[in-house]
Design a protein around this ligand. Sequence first.
Ligand SMILES: C[S@@+](CC[C@H](N)C(=O)[O-])C[C@H]1O[C@@H](n2cnc3c(N)ncnc32)[C@H](O)[C@@H]1O
Length: 378
Amino acid sequence: MHFDNNIISIKEKLASIDWNFSDIKTADDLNSIHPYPAKFIPQIPRTLIKEIKVPSGTSILDPFCGSGTTLTEAQSLGIPSVGIDLNPIACLISRVKTQPFPPMFQESAEKCVQRAMTSRNYVIPEIPNLNHWFKVDIQHALASLLHEIRSVNDNLIREALQLAFSSIIVRVSNQESDTRYAAIEKNIESKDVFNLFLSACKHITKVKSENPSRYLAPVTVLQKDVLTITNSDLDQRIGLVITSPPYPNAYEYWLYHKYRMWWLGYDPINVKEHEIGARAHYFKKNHQTVDDFKNQMEVFLSLMRKIVIKNGFICIVIGRSIIHGQYIDNASILEELAMKCKMDVVIKITRKIPSNRKSFNLSYAKIKEETILVLHNK
Ligand SMILES: C[S@@+](CC[C@H](N)C(=O)[O-])C[C@H]1O[C@@H](n2cnc3c(N)ncnc32)[C@H](O)[C@@H]1O
């Protein structure tokens, strides 16, 4: 394959980097304001953005943006970006992380709690199996808090309060932990709901007020199934894509956020139906197969081919799957499809996933490595 000098230089620079980022520590920063499974370590998008420069007048796209790590990195480097995700909690996190921090947020949080502690003016939402997962006094505390949050007029403040609310749901439920779906007895009372909510708000205040000038570059977040996106959904020229797609049997984002979605008034079942790779699709009668995944990825890459400018780059980070005992090399699948879609593979890098990266430490998935695939839209 013949590459021009710019691509050769990018390839050489990318090849010389230690992508394991072995000595980094998880920082108590913007990415810690809400849990999210299988998120990027920020060093991955940061390094790709720095090494593959986007032409001026173009934006960076993450079509599976999750908790918005690519968007926050683009924004901190002053580059406009667009994120797409099917999951409303992902979109809420991405928006709150990239919006300017609203003054009066902490005061609003305290007011909501004061009112919620005495309010009788709320309705407990109809949520399947609610009594199994939430004690009755916790249900009342959450419902009254939510009622007060919803009555806040300022959109930026309300969304940041909703995010703080979402972040405490698993802790105040009977669910053992974020990744263990068993109901256990926990020593949680309604006052803990209010205290945990206020601590979550304080944490948001701390990390969001650290560097107010980092929120200047514009960020757009679209809550959509990426497979239904058309050119008209994006009003910006895309010069670079950095993303980690979902893949079979690795993680169920809808399940991870199921009760957060129910409480905030979203429909997790609809998210499940359209979520690529969800285990639920691979373990039922007439289950999906690797061919379904290939078809989805072909639609996705054809879309990237159309959306990204000529000579733009598409960086994809992906691990491998096990479907019914069979190992599936997703990176090779994407590599073949990229060539079918007339894109060049610039470089394929394998990096280790540290065993302490909690969200990947799933006994059934056993994902220890992931591949960074850099494609050129010739
Ligand atoms: C590996 S995660 C991305 C994590 C992200 N890189 C981060 O740092 O948080 C994959 C994402 O794809 C999303 N997703 C799954 N199916 C989708 C679809 N059909 N359309 C859009 N997003 C989808 C999931 O909701 C999930 O957030």
